[in-house]
Design a protein around this ligand. Structure first.
Ligand SMILES: CC(C)(COP(=O)(O)OP(=O)(O)OC[C@H]1O[C@@H](n2cnc3c(N)ncnc32)[C@H](O)[C@@H]1OP(=O)(O)O)[C@@H](O)C(=O)NCCC(=O)NCCS
Length: 151
């Protein structure tokens, strides 16, 4: 099924993203923190929309030629349809076009869905952070090198 489209995040996405975060994370970002990303020059956020409704998003911070993925989440009722996979592929493509060298992220060691998502996109294990999360769960660090496309 492929009835969704990918866009750069806009003001109109914020309320839905806030709700998706509340349904997806044990310590979700505040509404203000998400809104601030719209005006953060180092931030790059994509959203997925289905029938005009924002159903998922993926975001990153760009520092020099490195990309740190901040968040990726899909509304619980819309999971398992390839939406996160498409968001991540679009983010990777955009970062490659911007000549970024490498992407990084942290993921909870228990988060099988996210780990599978990143493995499918070619991310590799690059480290381990013990007690990284507020509840002391450990994190895998995963990374993806971005070879520049041939001209
Ligand atoms: C992780 C998350 C974004 C995946 O979104 P999604 O739209 O359901 O993912 P997709 O349908 O694109 O699936 C991507 C891959 O993950 C796999 N996957 C998805 N859900 C899975 C699950 N519950 N268990 C195992 N694998 C799963 C899919 O099979 C697919 O792998 P494939 O490409 O090899 O077939 C979603 O579960 C979510 O929002 N979780 C809560 C927020 C979160 O944990 N974010 C990650 C923070 S690091």
């Amino acid at each position: 099924m492929d009835t969704f489209s990918i866009h750069r995040m806009e003001e109109q996405d914020l309320e839905a993203i806030h709700q998706i975060n509340a349904l997806s994370f044990s310590s979700p970002w505040s509404r203000e923190a998400i809104q601030a990303e719209l005006h953060n020059e180092q931030a790059y956020y994509l959203t997925a929309r289905a029938d005009g409704q924002t159903v998922g998003y993926a975001g990153a911070w760009l520092v020099f030629d490195e990309v740190q993925i901040t968040n990726i989440a899909v509304h619980p009722q819309m999971r398992g349809r390839g939406i996160a996979g498409r968001l991540l592929q679009a983010l990777i493509e955009d970062m490659r076009e911007r000549s970024m060298a490498v992407m990084f992220l942290e993921v909870r060691v228990s988060n099988q869905a996210a780990i599978r998502l990143y493995e499918s996109a070619g991310f590799q294990y690059a480290g381990y952070r013990k007690g990284f999360y507020p509840d002391k769960e450990d994190a895998h660090v995963m990374s993806l090198k971005l070879p520049q496309s041939e001209r």
